[in-house]
Design a protein around this ligand. Structure first.
Ligand SMILES: NC(=O)c1ccc[n+]([C@@H]2O[C@H](COP(=O)([O-])OP(=O)(O)OC[C@H]3O[C@@H](n4cnc5c(N)ncnc54)[C@H](OP(=O)(O)O)[C@@H]3O)[C@@H](O)[C@H]2O)c1
Length: 267
């Protein structure tokens, strides 16, 4: 039986990928990497074994990779690219030393402009471990969750997109895609995973329908949106506009729309 290791499994993507792999392969031998002290009760309940380790502790990564055939490296949330690349490379070294046969890495759209992801992708290309790179789009959920909360409290959804469309992907679909590349490895593939296009006008309409009262979209400046402003500027510039083709192929169906994500967020 194939042995799997999934990192970041106490977080959103890794946990959903663990569930998705379990759904694809109900009897699979799945182990997850969790940091010492992290709560792993719900992972154990789903039948995953837990090994403790930390991206900053190479010996713990070597122990975690022992006997593993296929691994999912979920990128570190650390923003400092030097630290992040060091953490990822420590995992790649551990996987190679343990003879992991195939590794999937969750990178990001635009990785060539992101030193942490870029360095990791380069290391994968130069190394000997068979691998798949998943360049994930931005998650749809935080955009929709923020708009939903704004609409509930003010009746207005604000954006700085100035009418430009966004392309984002549901983290549920991205997790399913990652699970598919573990169950059926795609050696050497770099896939750009994005979801369908949507606009804030569409989202305000969908929220209006769901709430049964009018919600309007208001255009504001980047500065009024805090950290989201810089992200909206990317979409205004036409970036992160990759098509959903790779994600659709991997999960075997159309990725979730923003309205479908709203249905989940709004319960
Ligand atoms: N595409 C997007 O929109 C988007 C958004 C946010 C993040 N990301 C990237 O995608 C990754 C997965 O997203 P997510 O939403 O699942 O993030 P998340 O919920 O923050 O999960 C991050 C996971 O990484 C683990 N981790 C952090 N530092 C670690 C370390 N030193 N050693 C081992 N494990 C460590 C965390 O463990 P603990 O539970 O112990 O903290 C957690 O399980 C993020 O880490 C980030 O690189 C992408």
């Amino acid at each position: 039986m194939t042995t799997y290791l999934i990192t970041g499994a106490t977080g959103t993507l890794g946990h959903l990928a663990t569930q998705a792999l379990r759904a694809l392969e109900p009897t699979a031998d799945i182990t997850v990497l969790a940091r010492p002290g992290a709560d792993t009760d719900r992972l154990r309940e789903s039948g995953a074994a837990v090994r403790r380790g930390d991206y900053d502790d190479p010996p713990s990564l070597r122990a975690a990779c022992a006997g593993i055939e296929r691994a999912l490296l979920v990128s570190s949330p650390v923003l400092d690219p030097t630290v992040r690349a060091r953490q990822h490379l420590a995992f790649l070294d551990a996987a190679a030393a343990a003879g992991v046969a195939h590794l999937t890495y969750t990178s990001a759209l635009g990785a060539e402009h992101d030193p942490g992801h870029h360095r990791t992708e380069q290391a994968l290309a130069q190394g000997s471990t068979s691998h798949t790179i998943l360049r994930n789009g931005l998650y749809t959920e935080p955009f929709v969750e923020r708009a939903w909360q704004e609409a509930l409290t003010t009746g207005v959804v604000r954006s700085a997109t100035q009418g430009h469309a966004l392309r984002t992907a549901s983290v549920h679909d991205l997790a399913r895609a990652a699970a598919h590349t573990l169950a059926t490895p795609l050696p050497g593939a770099t896939l750009e995973l994005n979801g369908p296009e949507w606009t804030y006008d569409d989202l305000a309409d969908a929220i209006t329908t769901r709430l049964g009262r009018p919600v309007r979209h208001e255009s504001v400046d980047d500065a009024q949106l805090g950290p989201f402003g810089a992200v909206h500027a990317l979409f205004r510039a036409g970036l992160l506009a990759q098509s959903p083709a790779d994600l659709t192929r991997l999960i075997g169906q159309a990725p979730r729309t923003a309205a479908e994500v709203l249905a989940v967020v709004a319960g």
